[in-house]
Ligand binder design. Structure first.
Ligand SMILES: C[S@@+](CC[C@H](N)C(=O)[O-])C[C@H]1O[C@@H](n2cnc3c(N)ncnc32)[C@H](O)[C@@H]1O
Length: 235
């Protein structure tokens, strides 16, 4: 999937009320932080929402160009989550949404801890790629589709691992909340079809057709638990 396609898919997801609620919750958990980095910021919406106290970083220059064009008043920089361009203990807040599954999580968390000052807070949000509930006339195929998609992800279960990884990285007051995303409208179709990405065969084609039919008939159903895990650097 190209960057433009990823951004287009995320634009669709980001507007959904359940996704808005996740972003709002991450912002609440960073309440009071004055210097925040949003790592893997994508199109930059969360940075824009957080305002002048945030800077967005993403390792993809084309994505940063899109974010800058969308939000000229916001700050963005090309940078890798494993080597952030900030001095030690220089930030109060770290946010990463839908990113940890693509990273070397222990290295990225060590880097997060380095840039956060004592008392600084980290918030991760994301789903577990093995946990998509999709209603389908072909439930056995759904199971295979979801697990095959998870197998394409670098660290598909990073969201459920994050809690203890934060503790092992030296964060305190670690807490994990689950916020649900439930999509029943046709806007969920690209998300559901993305689960079948790079999977081929008659069964998969039938499964996708079933989803297209459901979307057209107003019967699509997708439920995903979103894990919000936060912690603090010992003050
Ligand atoms: C699925 S998108 C999520 C974007 C945004 N956080 C959101 O929730 O809409 C993941 C983003 O992380 C970025 N990313 C992946 N690996 C990264 C890394 N090692 N360092 C910085 N950004 C990274 C990708 O370029 C992409 O923009």
């Amino acid at each position: 999937m190209s960057n433009t396609e990823v951004i287009a898919l995320l634009d669709e997801i980001e507007r959904h009320p359940d996704a808005v609620r996740v972003r709002e919750r991450t912002h609440e958990l960073l309440d009071g932080a004055e210097r925040i980095v949003d790592v893997g910021c994508g199109g930059g919406r969360a940075v824009h929402e957080l305002g002048a106290r945030a800077i967005g970083v993403d390792h993809d220059p084309a994505t940063i160009a899109v974010a800058r064009a969308r939000y000229p008043a916001a700050r963005f920089q090309v940078a890798d989550a494993h080597a952030l361009p900030f001095p030690d203990a220089s930030l109060d807040g770290y946010r990463a949404e839908r990113v940890i599954h693509t990273l070397d999580a222990p290295r990225a968390l060590a880097e997060a801890r380095r840039v956060l000052r004592p008392g600084g807070r980290l918030v991760l949000a994301g789903h577990d790629w093995d946990l998509f509930a999709v209603d389908s006339g072909l439930p056995e195929v759904t199971r295979r589709v979801v697990h095959a998609r998870a197998d394409q992800i670098a660290d598909p279960r990073a969201a459920r691992k994050a809690h203890h990884l934060l503790r092992e990285a030296g964060f305190t007051d670690v807490a994990t909340e689950i916020l649900s995303t439930v999509i029943t409208g046709p806007e969920g179709l690209p998300v559901v079809l993305n689960l079948a990405k790079d999977q081929e065969g008659e069964e998969i084609a039938a499964w996708c057709d079933d989803q297209r039919r459901r979307a057209a008939e107003g019967r699509l159903f997708l439920a995903v638990p979103v894990f919000v895990t936060s912690g603090q650097v010992i003050g």
